[in-house]
Design a protein. Sequence first.
Length: 321
Amino acid sequence: MGTADVSDVQQLLDEALNLKADPQSAADIGAGLKLGLVFLNPSLRTRLSTEMAAKNLGMDVQVLNMSSDAWAMEFEEGAIMNADKAEHIKEAAGVIGRYFDIIGLRSFPGLKDRDADDEERIFKAFEKYTAKPMLSLESATRHPLQSLADLITIAEHSKKKRPKIALTWAPHVKALPQAVPHSFAEWMLAACHELHIVHPPGLELDPSFTDGAIITHNQEEALEDADFIYVKNWSMREPYGKAYEGGADWLLTEDKLKQAPEAKIMHCLPVRRNVELSDELLDSPRSLVLDQAENRLWSATAVLRRMIIELHEKQGRTVGA
Ligand code: CP
């Protein structure tokens, strides 16, 4: 789900804030519905918060950690399955679709084939063969539940209607996807916030997500007077999926925030301490990382509530708004 799938981002944000203020307002709306949460990759926050949100809405939930607990899956059409892959996506997703009303899927990009990742081939294959409404738990290109949680967190902490937000690249030991920064940019711009994106040359993001942001290689300039600083690593898009070599001096420290005295620090977690973000910032009152993680519950609740209402409407049942 991108912002294009949400007709009014502000309205969804308001719904999430209202649900947080009055969690009972949607209790049991999902009674009788089954949610399957399928993880092809590891997770702490997404798994716990989405399961909790669904239960709070009255849904039955089951989680499948597919990479460790299910059969190795084949995706190729026409494959002769005489090697290590025991089950084809057609049967695996087809079966999952028979068990659940809504299916959440985490499917990271492979970071090898840019077209395959950009086209969301894995997510779309699940969508096709489950033939059920799908909830993104972070796909190859986006992490919408994280971005909505980030928007909730900014709304709760902002003293301004249009805060200055800086998304700053951070070093890391591995090549990470671009889904979080892409999604973050898309959602912040849809909310009409002032977004600055700063990274070393060569780490350009896909302009289709960042159009409208101020993009620079000067970290000092981007951080100046920022109200919120979002710290995130991502790998290169050209050559695709390559980890940036160097950049250790991009680690965010208190010393770099002399010109941003009000800045709050954000990160989606998990975070590598003293590689991406310093202990002094993560342990300081500037840090909002736990608030963001807590708000994952309310972003999941708001989005699942909408999906449940759509399902009820399709079945000709009316539910309370
Ligand atoms: N931020 C986030 O999605 O965390 P997990 O990978 O632990 O779910």
